[in-house]
Design a protein around this ligand. Structure first.
Ligand code: MRU
Length: 356
């Protein structure tokens, strides 16, 4: 049984509460946009693709039982609620891209006189529901492209050791995962000697979620602390680092989970290729560089406490950015469902591919 972070059927949405993992496996109902905003903001569901899918599906379940007096009313509902969902977390771009696409679809359908209000609603539901399957097939393609790129870049033949950060697997997506999809594909090809995952303080996506997925899938894996990466790359003959992305700027600068940047610096020092694996919906060609990415800062409590237990001295100030930006110069390749791109050629090649 593969892990499922999102369960959806027409009019019904549930998410696996990631605040409770790995101790408890419990699904919570998302009954509409207000619930959707809250589960994203509280990080009961997290990971850039999963945020976008849950956000859009929360709107789908809200409009499913409703009838609308006009297409204009439905369009206003779609636009207002999607823009609200974008505000739940600012760094990952996937929700914003999905919102913009759905709003422009709603605008087109409002103008199209051959479509009535019920058909417009159904079209919105169909396209939103299709996000689940598309995300899984994109992840499978990312896995295949990424495994090939990692093996080509490795200085040796045969199974490789890789390092990953944060959680980019089934729990962060509709299934299979992005960077963890690359790891899964290497394993399927019998080319994974070992995967190391970082604990990823302070939310511990690595220790709680990635480790959970790796144990669940019986992959050869070891957990390391964030502070061990330099020692690991020196000692363990790691062939490549593969991480996910929350937003890739047009020049290839990449925002991802806090700690990614220092891993990239250490990888460069050790001559270890550093790959970013992400769907095209994580690429934001609207911003020229990582300087334009808003970095979410989260409550001090995530640093000062582990669960209910205080670990930091009372009264100490905290700085808790949830993401950092890795400069393009440290990135070997950006693995997408449509191929692997050098950061420097990203804008040109993706624009050509998408006919922009
Ligand atoms: O704060 P999170 O847990 O939402 O951050 C997740 C990450 O940074 C992931 O690496 C990224 O979203 C890619 S998930 C496929």
């Amino acid at each position: 049984m593969s892990l499922q972070s999102i369960k959806y059927s027409a009019g019904k949405l549930e998410i696996l509460d990631q605040l409770l993992l790995p101790v408890q496996s419990k699904y919570v109902a998302v009954k509409g946009v207000e619930d959707g905003w809250k589960v994203i903001n509280k990080m009961q569901v997290r990971g850039a693709p999963a945020i976008a899918i849950v956000g859009c599906l929360s709107l789908a379940v809200e409009i499913f039982p409703e009838t609308y007096e006009s297409k204009k009313t439905l369009r206003q509902e779609i636009e207002g609620k999607l823009n609200y969902l974008v505000s739940a977390r600012p760094t990952a771009v996937n929700m914003k891209i999905a919102a913009d696409e759905l709003i422009s679809l709603a605008n087109e359908l409002t103008k199209d006189e051959s479509v009535n209000v019920e058909e417009m609603k159904q079209k919105f539901l169909d396209i939103t529901e299709a996000m689940l399957q598309k995300d899984i097939s994109d992840n499978k393609a990312i896995g295949a492209n990424g495994a090939k790129a990692v093996l080509e870049s490795a200085a040796k033949d045969g199974p490789v050791r890789v390092l990953t950060h944060c959680n980019t697997g089934s729990l962060a997506t509709a299934g299979y995962g992005t960077a963890l999809g690359v790891v899964r594909k290497l394993h399927e090809l019998k080319k994974l000697e070992h995967v190391y995952c970082t604990e990823t303080r302070p939310y511990n996506q690595g220790a709680r979620l990635t480790a959970y997925e790796l144990v669940h899938d019986k992959l050869p894996a070891t957990l390391v602390l964030d502070s061990m990466v330099a020692a690991l790359l020196r000692a363990k003959n790691v062939a490549a680092v593969v991480v996910g992305a929350d937003r890739v700027a047009a020049n290839g600068d990449t925002a991802n989970k806090i700690g990614t940047y220092q891993i990239a610096v250490v990888a460069k020092h050790h001559g270890v290729p550093f790959f970013v694996a992400a769907p095209l919906t994580s690429i934001d060609l609207q911003i020229p560089s990582g300087d334009h990415i808003i970095i979410e800062e989260r409550p001090d409590r995530e640093m000062t406490h582990v669960g209910e237990h205080r670990i930091a001295a009372p009264g100490i100030n905290c700085w808790n950015p949830a993401f950092d930006v890795t400069p393009a110069s440290l990135i070997t390749g950006i693995i997408t469902e449509r191929g692997v791109f050098k950061p420097q050629q990203l804008k040109e090649e993706i624009s050509a591919l998408l006919d922009l």
